[in-house]
Design a protein around this ligand. Structure first.
Ligand SMILES: C[S@@+](CC[C@H](N)C(=O)[O-])C[C@H]1O[C@@H](n2cnc3c(N)ncnc32)[C@H](O)[C@@H]1O
Length: 286
C-alpha cells in the first residue's frame, strides 16, 4: 500500500517530461486504468500494489508517446464519448467550435436540416450535431473514403444510441454521393497538414493518427480545392459549408471559395488561431 497523493505527484512528474503533457492527465490515467469515476480518484487515499501495476502498464505506453485516447480507445468530444483506434484521427477540442457554429446555424432555421459530414472519421462532428439537436435533423450522411474509419463511425453511431436518419457512405470526397441529393449544411474537417509540417509532427500525432487523416498534399490545400469546386453541386439554396482549417490557411482557403462565388467568414478558436471557415452561396439550385 502507498499513499495515493504521493503516487499521483510522482506520476505527474513523469508525465510532465512529455512534450504533449496536458494538465491533470495523471487523473485520467488513473481513472481509466482503474475504471474509477473522477470523484473516486479525488477521494482515493491509498493505492494497492495490484492497482499500481495496472496504472504502470498504461504509463509505460504513455511515456513512449502514445496519447491517452489511443491507449484507452476513447475520447470525449462535445460531452460525448467517442471510440477511437489507430485508423482514425482522435477528435480534437478545436473541432468542437465547428460543431458550435453549426448548432447556431441550425437554431436560426425554422426547418429541419439535411447534413453531410464529409471526411467523417469517428463521425464526431455529424454525430454530435445529431445528439445535440435530434429533432432538427432531417437526414445525416456521414462519408469517408477509408473503410476502417467507417467501421468506427458506425460503431460510434451505435454506442451513442442513434438509430434513425443516418446514412454511412464510403466515398472518395463527393464521388459516390448522388448529385441530386442536396444538403442544407456540409461539414468537413479534411486532412490539411502540409508536406513540411508532416515531417515535424509530434510523435503522438505522427505515430498514432493515420497519415490519411492528416496529410493534405504539398501545400495542405488538396481537399479544400475539391470542396470549393464540388460542394456547391450538393448544397441546397441558402446552404452553407463549415470547414476546419489549419491556423495558417485562412487566406488561401477563403480565396479558393471566393473564386467559386462563395461568401466566406472565418472564426478564431479559443487560442486565437483562425480555425473555422464558413462558405455560403445563394445562387445554388435547390
Ligand atoms: C482530419 S480527419 C477528420 C476526422 C473527423 N471528421 C474529425 O474531425 O475528427 C480527416 C478524415 O478524412 C478522411 N479522408 C481522407 N481522404 C479522403 C477522401 N479522399 N475522401 C473522403 N475522406 C477522406 C480520413 O480517412 C479521415 O477520417
Amino acid at each position: 500500500m502507498e499513499g495515493f497523493k504521493a503516487y499521483l505527484n510522482n506520476l505527474k512528474t513523469k508525465l510532465m517530461s512529455l512534450c504533449d503533457y496536458s494538465k491533470d492527465e495523471e487523473y485520467l490515467l488513473v481513472m481509466y486504468s482503474l475504471n474509477l469515476t473522477r470523484e473516486q480518484v479525488f477521494l482515493k487515499e491509498i493505492i494497492s500494489k495490484k492497482e499500481r501495476q495496472k496504472v504502470n502498464g498504461k504509463l509505460i505506453k504513455r511515456l513512449r508517446g502514445e496519447p491517452l485516447n489511443k491507449i484507452f480507445g476513447k475520447q470525449n468530444f462535445c460531452g460525448f464519448e467517442f471510440k477511437v483506434n489507430k485508423w482514425v484521427l482522435a477528435p480534437r477540442v478545436e473541432t468542437e467550435l465547428l460543431v458550435e457554429k453549426v448548432i447556431n446555424e441550425i437554431d436560426c432555421r425554422q426547418e429541419k436540416v439535411r447534413i453531410l459530414d464529409i471526411c467523417t472519421g469517428t463521425g464526431c462532428i455529424g454525430l454530435s450535431i445529431k445528439k445535440l439537436r435530434p429533432n432538427k435533423i432531417k437526414t445525416l450522411v456521414l462519408s469517408d473514403t477509408f473503410p476502417n474509419a467507417l467501421v468506427v463511425a458506425k460503431e460510434n453511431k451505435r454506442l451513442l444510441g442513434i438509430e434513425e436518419n443516418v446514412e454511412i457512405i464510403k466515398s472518395n470526397m463527393f464521388e459516390r454521393l448522388k448529385s441530386q441529393d442536396k444538403f442544407d449544411i456540409i461539414t468537413c474537417n479534411p486532412p490539411y497538414i502540409t508536406e513540411s509540417e508532416y515531417e515535424d509532427l509530434p510523435v503522438g500525432v505522427k505515430n498514432y493518427d493515420p497519415k490519411i487523416s492528416l496529410f493534405g498534399g504539398k501545400d495542405g490545400l488538396d481537399y479544400y480545392k475539391i470542396l470549393a469546386k464540388k460542394s456547391k453541386d450538393f448544397l441546397a439554396k441558402n446552404g452553407k459549408i463549415f470547414m476546419e482549417i489549419g491556423s495558417k490557411q485562412r487566406e488561401a482557403v477563403e480565396k479558393l471559395f471566393k473564386e467559386q462565388g462563395y461568401i466566406t467568414t472565418c472564426y478564431k478558436d479559443y487560442s486565437g488561431c483562425d480555425r473555422i471557415v464558413v462558405g455560403s452561396i445563394s445562387e445554388v439550385k435547390t
